[in-house]
Design a protein around this ligand. Structure first.
Ligand code: GDD
Ligand code: MG
Length: 400
């Protein structure tokens, strides 16, 4: 892959946020190819073998809730072979057992690809038990099972990636129409880890475009509606601390992202769709050097956020207007309710929200649930019980 080095970098304590990097060639050849001569001071040419080496240590978590089988299959097709796939499904088990149908389709995929895919249901009782015994009951609902939500499925996927001894973990949504886009995201995750080889690297993808039909023609929109809000507000937060206006953040809501498992196990996750924005906020809270260090958060020399602009258009299922408003509110909530957020920015968020939702007057943004740092979960206990759950071959947890 041929990719430019980042032009900008904003620093806050140990956190480095690099500017968006463009990809110039999706495949720039292998070790024996021409990649070395193609390398310049501003362009890195990463041989395909180097990407595959990274992917051998990478789990890709695919969260699923009620998606069409054809879409899920297309996503699996796009994931490069060396990666360990982990599907975390929260699809209903009745009256029609969607999860059973998904497992059948994935088993078929595995037969043809000779791959082993870990498929787990979010409401799996054995995993919930392992989480409870590991002292992280906050993730469980009144029924003792993992709560519903994308972030909750991501936490489960993160723990399973660690159980399978992966070094990196990436996420790709299961409602993507283009297998080629999925393939590109995972290549870019690997390129990010190759360029920033630290144990605290976070790679986030910004889509180049999102096609829409407008007045019978295709229009390639650049920014999703919720990312406009979260990027702008995160940039205002950074500007407040640096004293310089910035536009460095382009991936506030990036559902497509990857990070080292080490970092993933030492951060907080906000519930539902606030998760991606909260990761930015939480990294700055923990390692930005602004707030006093939180108990249990180990210091890190450097935490690197790398943002890559993908080339494929991103086309996914359309899930309605209300869903977008909820996502904007959830993203802004984690910034508004962070101890980092200055009064001036709080006022601005509340005013903008009042205009957007047509409220009588500005009011505070209700907090969303934020799970405590995943380091509060006793990993050894979890791993031990997860192993036992797998041995007893519960129906829901299987490597097909
Ligand atoms: N396991 C699990 N559990 N998966 C879920 C759940 C759940 O409770 N709810 C949704 N999912 C899956 C969906 O099946 C889909 O694959 C993925 O999570 C994303 O959900 P969507 O409902 O398609 O979200 P979106 O497309 O509106 O938003 C996506 O892009 C945003 C950036 O624009 C998400 O990735 C957001 O998190 C992201 O901020
Ligand atoms: Mg979607």
């Amino acid at each position: 892959m041929k990719i430019e080095i980042p032009r900008d970098c904003e620093r806050l304590g140990a956190v480095q946020i690099y500017g968006l990097q463009k990809v110039y060639e999706l495949d720039s050849g292998g070790f024996s190819g021409q990649h070395e001569s193609a390398q310049t001071d501003v362009i890195r040419s990463i041989p395909s073998e180097a990407l595959y080496e990274r992917q051998k240590d990478m789990a890709i978590v695919v969260p699923v809730k009620n998606e069409r089988l054809k879409l899920i299959e297309g996503v699996l097709v796009g994931i490069p072979h060396p990666c360990q796939i982990i599907v975390v499904s929260n699809s209903p088990r009745g009256p029609v057992d969607r999860f059973h149908i998904e497992k059948e389709a994935i088993t078929n995929f595995c037969k043809f690809t000779n791959k082993r895919v870990l498929v787990v249901h979010q409401k799996d009782a054995a995993i919930a038990k392992a989480i409870e015994l590991a002292g992280y009951s906050e993730l469980l609902g009144d029924d003792g099972l993992v709560r519903s939500g994308k972030a909750e499925g991501m936490i489960m996927g993160t723990l399973l990636a660690r159980w399978l001894n992966n070094k990196y973990i990436g996420f790709v949504d299961s409602d993507n129409y283009f297998p080629g886009a999925v393939h590109e995201y995972v290549q870019e995750y690997a390129a990010g880890f190759e360029m920033f080889d630290t144990d605290s690297t976070f790679v986030r993808i910004s889509w180049n475009s999102k096609p829409k039909v407008m007045e019978n023609a295709l229009f390639f929109a650049k920014w999703g509606r919720s990312s406009v809000h979260s990027n702008r507000t995160l940039n205002l937060l950074l500007s407040h601390f640096s004293g310089y206006e910035t536009e460095v953040v382009k991936t506030g809501n990036a559902g497509e992202h990857a990070l080292t498992v080490d970092l993933a196990l030492n951060i907080e996750y906000a519930a539902g769709y606030a998760v991606e924005t909260h990761h930015y906020v939480n990294l700055i809270e923990s390692w930005g050097g602004i707030l006093p260090p939180k108990e249990g958060v180990k210091s890190r020399e450097k935490v690197t956020i790398c943002q890559i602009e993908s080339r494929n258009p991103h086309l996914h299922e359309s899930k309605g207007e209300e869903h977008v408003e909820d996502m904007i509110d959830a993203s802004l909530s984690v910034i508004y309710n962070s101890p980092l957020c200055p009064e001036l920015l709080k006022r601005e968020i509340a005013e903008e929200r009042s205009n957007r939702l047509k409220l009588d007057k500005p009011e505070g943004v209700p907090p969303v649930k934020v799970y405590s740092n995943l380091s509060n979960l006793n990993l050894d206990t979890f791993l031990e019980h997860c192993e036992a759950a797998f041995d007893s071959e519960t129906e829901a947890l299987s490597l097909v």
